[in-house]
Write a protein that binds this ligand. Structure first.
Ligand SMILES: Nc1ncnc2c1ncn2[C@@H]1O[C@H](COP(=O)(O)OP(=O)(O)O)[C@@H](O)[C@H]1O
Ligand SMILES: [Mg+2]
Length: 211
């Protein structure tokens, strides 16, 4: 079953917030219901973008400048948009992204203190008018998120300090306040099942208006 209108949903939140858990469950749920749906992770999702991901997350690349980091995220993202996202939306399919441009604004803007204007300029080139129909922000306190990452080997950004992570979380919340229509903000301390139910309800509403 194809949707008659394309649907683009992004998932956001700090590491350990629980976003991958939710977007995978939504992906399988929509597949089971017969929808044409894709799930990509950022950075990544294409052969080239996965190579850029390796550079970005490599713990050896500690000398990477904040601007190099920001440009690489957008390079990966543009490749994903060009190769996968736009073609799928043109076919009237559903695309779920585990992170999108709000991650760059939250992490490199609010977290690394790059100017939001400079990020916007690059975004104009790299993503143009592409915006999610819905962005699900799983907002989870740092302590809870850290507890959930206990047995995970940390990548370069996951290994960042507490201030960086707090600024990132606050950045996300500011973005959500600026665009309340696009964002669904969830309390990440809720159980996996409760969060899933809230997400499914909102997505079903969108699917109803899409058909
Ligand atoms: N709502 C939740 N309550 C308790 N544990 C959760 C919840 N959501 C996710 N988890 C667990 O926390 C860990 C991190 O979740 P994950 O979805 O990978 O986070 P993220 O993708 O945001 O880094 C996983 O082990 C997952 O099973
Ligand atoms: Mg994840």
């Amino acid at each position: 079953m194809a949707t008659f209108k394309p649907l683009f949903i992004s998932f956001e939140g700090i590491d350990g917030s629980g976003k991958s858990t939710q977007c995978k469950m939504l992906y399988h749920d929509l597949l089971d219901r017969g929808y044409s749906v894709h799930l990509f992770r950022e950075p990544g999702g294409t052969r080239i973008s996965e190579k850029i991901r390796d550079i970005l997350l490599d713990n050896e690349n500690m000398e990477m400048s904040a601007i190099t980091e920001m440009l690489l995220y957008f390079a990966s993202r543009n490749q994903l948009i060009t190769e996968k996202l736009t073609p799928a939306l043109k076919r009237g399919e559903i695309v779920l992204l585990d992170r999108f441009v709000d991650s760059t604004i939250a992490y490199q803007g609010y977290g690394r203190n790059l100017s939001l204007e400079s990020i916007q300029k690059v975004a104009d080139v790299a993503i143009g008018e592409v915006r999610p129909d819905l962005t699900i922000l799983v907002d989870t306190p740092l302590e809870t998120a850290e507890d959930r990452m206990d047995d995970r080997e940390l990548d370069r950004l996951e290994a960042e300090n507490e201030d960086f992570k707090q600024q990132t979380r606050n950045g996300y919340l500011q973005l959500a306040r600026k665009e309340p229509q696009r964002f669904l903000v969830l309390d990440g301390r809720e159980s996996i099942e409760v969060l899933k139910r809230t997400i499914t309800e909102r997505v079903n509403q969108l699917l109803e208006t899409a058909s």
